[in-house]
Structure formats: structure tokens, C-alpha cells
Design a binder for this molecule. Structure first.
Ligand code: SAH
Length: 466
């Protein structure tokens, strides 16, 4: 099995430093399941490639303590010698260990620098097909090129195999690329892994830090990685969910959220929902999205209006979606009503084809939960790709916070808010979006307006410019 890593960074031969392997020498290492060789088929200033060739010894495997196949012949006749699997990940960790950790003794600056990189895996077994392959790599920002291999070139009538030649490409650090490969190769393979052990989950969480929690396929990735250990899967997922959503104490239905308690005397929540429903109604929309739908408060209101024929809620938090499902009592609704609603698990950080083709989207009290450096990803996902005709978006007006005595100075309304905008800040952001993505925007005050401080909630209504 062969992995080729290529860079067009200048000078490309820096790859030798990054991998801690000299470009002019070919090296071999013994592993318990075979041999691994590292060599550079191409070394130049503009382009440099390093290969990791893994030569698994299937007979040695059977004789060794790692025997795993269930029937006798399969122990000898299997795809382990040539298809990328967890053996490849183990080899990456053993042979490119420092690079995987992002360490580069001679050139630490280089290790931290995103450079144009590609990785080609000649034979990757992809259970789940090309769509799963793309769903896993594309949200991480990779361009994916995949060619399916025929089962046997001499017998085309046998059809396709589950094997792909895959190249993924991205400007990133070598450590990030190797980390993604290390975790994901065994996930595609989805066979019994070589390394099943007690520290499996810790490895996954450590290597998944910073990218797995927000990944739309995190459940499937985690499930497959920890395939034979359902209890580990549940625990890992719970810990990932915590990493992504510190606000998740919302789970307890009886507990009043700080934001809600604070705003209660004004019943601001009801006024906000009323304003959003009115704006959606006025837009003439029939198919609407509720992005960051939380526990489906808006969806319940939308359901009361016949105009909305299809209502799709999306949220990154599985627990919120579970509460939403319960509160909507979907299973008790008449079929016709229930069919109008769909709940999706996904993140607004990633382009998502399921959001294409809607008339309108509501984004109610969600942007302030997104990290500022990732806002631009959200903007493109919604306004460039999903591109509904109308977007109704609300967020707190920070200026109004001084009116709430119980809220300490400088504090936000909810512990998970990453920021709260003044009217000027919000309008500048919204106007920028309108200009960049071809929308018009107008602003509506929600809740009792203070002469100086403005309203507690600010709402923007975007419409695709004619
Ligand atoms: N719109 C709802 C919930 C607001 S709370 C209401 O008005 O009641 C913010 C919601 O945004 C939470 O449910 C949170 O899980 C969700 N959220 C946060 N980051 C997200 C992301 N990246 N993608 C999708 N939803 C996200």
C-alpha cells in the first residue's frame, strides 16, 4: 500500500525537513506486521514527493498474535497487503511521528506554516462510496479527486470494487494533513482495526482536537473508528459534543436559560418569534429553513401557518435536536403535518447541499454563538451556496444590556455568546454581506425600543437583489 505526499511549496525540498527523512536516501523500517519504506520519487525546488510504501506480511499476521480473520482462507487471501487501512495509520505514526506531532527541530517555523500539500492513496477501500469520501474530506477544506478501481480489469462485467485511488489537496500544515489521514484512513476501511486497544478513544479525541467536534460526519467517523466498542463510541461522542457546545446545559427542559430568564419580563422571546414569523410570511416563502433551530421554538410557530409547506430545522447540537423532536411530538402529529417538518444535524460552518433551493432562512440568535474567525465560513455557506431568496437574522443589541441590572457590566446575555454587537457593528456586518453576495438588507427593531440604546434585539431582513 502506497501513500504519496507532494508539496509545491517553494523550495519544495523543505518536505525533507518536515518529514525528518533525507530526500536523497531511501530508508526501511521493521514493524510487527511488515516493512515500511520511505523514498522520494521526485525532489525539486518546485515540486517534491515522498512515498510511504507499506509491505504488510499477511502470513506473518496470521502467525502473530494479531490474527483476526474469521474463516481460514480469509486469513491468507485478503486485501490487507495492498489496501490502505489502520496499518497505514500505524506506519504514519511510527515513521513520521515528529511530523504528525507538528515538530520540526531544525525549522519549527516551517512546521507551523500552511503549505500546498496533497496526499495520494493508491488503493483506499471506501465503504460508503464516493459520497461518503467527499462528505468526510470536503468539510475539512480538501479538494478531492477520486477514481474508482474496477474489481478486475480483465473482467469488466464483474463491476466496480469498493477501492478508490484518492488524492486530497489543501494548503495546510503537514501535521494537520497527517493527522487527518491517521484518523480517517481506518474510518474508510471500516474493517476490524489493527490497533483496537484501551486507549483508542483517547487517541481519537487527541488527534481529533479542533476539527472532529465540528465535523458534520463526526458521528459516523467516531462510530467506525471505535467500531467494535459501542460504549466507547457513546462516551467519545458525548465528549466531542461537549467540546463543540459548552451551552449544552439547555438539555434540561425545566431549567430556564440565563438569557431567557433575563429577558422574560419583556417576553422578548415571543416578540422575536412573532417578528421573524411576520417577516417570513411577508416574503411569500413556502419552503423555509430554521438554521440553528435549537429546541424548535420557531418551528412550532411556523407549523401553525399553512403558508409554510416545508420547514427544515438544522442544528449542530444533537441534544437540542432530540429535545426539538420531543417538543414537536412529531410521532403524534397527523402524517400530513409531520411530513412538513424535517430536522437535520449539521453545522453552519460547512457547505451543505441539503440547504439548497429554499425560499427563505431564519437564523435566530445564532450568529453570536459562532467564533468570529469562522463567521466568514458561515457567510459563504448561507449567502453564497444555499442562497435562499430571503434571510431573516436576529442577534442581541449589546447597547441594550445596561438596562438589565442583573447582568454584570461587560457580560453577555448567555455564557456561550462569543460576541454581542452594537447596532452599528451589526449593520456594518450585514451591509458588507449584502454587498458581497448580491442582497439588499433592511433592519427592524424587535422589542421595546429605548430612545438612546435602541431595541433589545436587532433583526436584519436580506433579500436577493433584483
Ligand atoms: N434559534 C433557536 C436557538 C438559538 S441558540 C432559538 O431562537 O431558540 C443557538 C443555537 O445555535 C443552538 O441551538 C446551537 O446548537 C446552534 N449552533 C451553534 N453553532 C452552530 C453551528 N455551527 N451550526 C449550526 N448550529 C449551531
Amino acid at each position: 500500500m502506497l501513500l504519496t505526499i507532494t508539496t509545491t511549496h517553494s523550495p519544495a525540498s523543505d518536505l525533507g525537513y518536515l518529514l525528518h527523512k533525507h530526500p536523497e536516501r531511501s530508508q526501511s523500517f521493521d514493524l510487527s506486521f511488515g516493512k515500511v519504506h520511505v523514498f522520494y520519487p521526485e525532489v525539486g525546488l518546485e515540486r517534491c514527493s515522498a512515498c510511504l510504501l507499506l509491505d504488510v506480511d499477511p502470513v506473518g499476521l496470521v502467525r502473530g498474535k494479531n490474527a483476526s480473520a474469521s474463516f481460514l482462507l480469509a486469513q491468507y487471501v485478503n486485501d490487507r497487503p495492498y489496501a490502505a487501512s489502520s496499518f497505514m495509520s500505524v506506519a504514519i505514526a511510527r515513521v513520521f511521528g515528529s511530523a504528525l506531532q507538528g515538530r520540526c527541530k531544525d525549522r519549527p517555523d516551517l512546521a507551523a506554516l500552511p503549505i500546498p500539500l496533497s496526499a495520494r492513496i493508491d488503493v483506499l477501500p471506501v465503504r460508503g462510496g464516493e459520497r461518503f469520501l467527499r462528505n468526510v474530506f470536503e468539510p475539512l477544506g480538501y479538494a478531492v479527486d477520486a477514481t474508482r478501481c474496477p474489481l478486475d480489469e480483465r473482467f469488466p462485467e464483474w463491476g466496480e470494487s469498493p477501492y478508490f485511488a484518492v488524492t486530497v489537496q489543501k494548503s495546510t500544515t503537514l501535521a494537520d494533513l497527517l493527522t487527518h489521514l491517521y484518523v480517517l484512513i481506518p474510518v474508510f476501511d471500516n474493517a476490524k482495526h489493527y490497533w483496537i486497544g484501551d486507549d483508542e478513544m483517547e487517541k481519537l479525541l487527541a488527534k481529533g482536537e479542533g476539527w472532529l467536534a465540528g465535523h458534520p460526519e463526526k458521528e459516523e467517523i467516531t462510530r467506525r473508528y471505535l467500531k467494535f466498542q459501542p460504549s466507547l463510541f457513546r462516551e467519545a461522542l458525548a465528549r466531542l459534543v461537549q467540546e463543540e457546545e459548552p451551552q449544552e446545559a439547555e438539555d434540561d427542559e425545566r431549567r430556564v436559560e440565563p438569557e431567557e430568564a433575563l429577558e422574560k419580563p419583556l417576553s422578548l422571546n415571543d416578540q422575536r418569534l412573532g417578528s421573524v414569523v411576520a417577516a417570513l410570511r411577508a416574503s411569500g416563502a413556502k419552503r423555509v429553513l430554521d438554521l440553528g433551530c435549537g429546541e424548535a421554538k420557531l418551528i412550532r410557530e411556523l407549523l401553525k401557518e399553512k403558508q409554510f409547506e416545508e420547514i427544515v430545522g438544522l442544528d449542530v447540537s444533537i441534544r437540542s435536536l432530540e429535545v426539538a423532536q420531543r417538543r414537536l411530538k412529531l410521532e403524534r402529529l397527523p402524517t400530513k403535518q409531520a411530513e412538513r417538518i424535517k430536522l437535520l444535524h449539521g453545522s453552519l460552518m460547512y457547505r451543505d447541499k441539503r440547504l439548497d433551493g429554499f425560499d427563505a432562512a431564519a437564523v435566530v440568535e445564532v450568529v453570536e454563538h459562532l467564533d468570529p474567525p469562522r463567521l466568514s465560513a458561515f457567510e459563504r455557506v448561507l449567502f453564497e451556496f444555499a442562497k435562499p431568496r430571503t434571510v431573516v437574522l436576529t442577534t442581541p443589541n449589546r447597547e441594550f444590556n445596561v438596562k438589565w441590572e442583573s447582568l454584570g457590566a461587560g457580560r453577555f446575555r448567555h455564557p456561550d455568546h462569543r460576541f454581542e454587537w452594537t447596532r452599528h457593528e451589526f449593520q456594518a456586518w450585514a451591509n458588507g454581506i449584502a454587498e458581497r453576495f448580491g442582497y439588499t438588507v433592511r433592519f427592524v427593531a424587535v422589542g421595546p425600543e429605548d430612545e438612546k440604546l435602541g431595541p433589545p434585539t436587532q433583526m436584519a431582513i436580506f433579500e436577493v437583489a433584483k
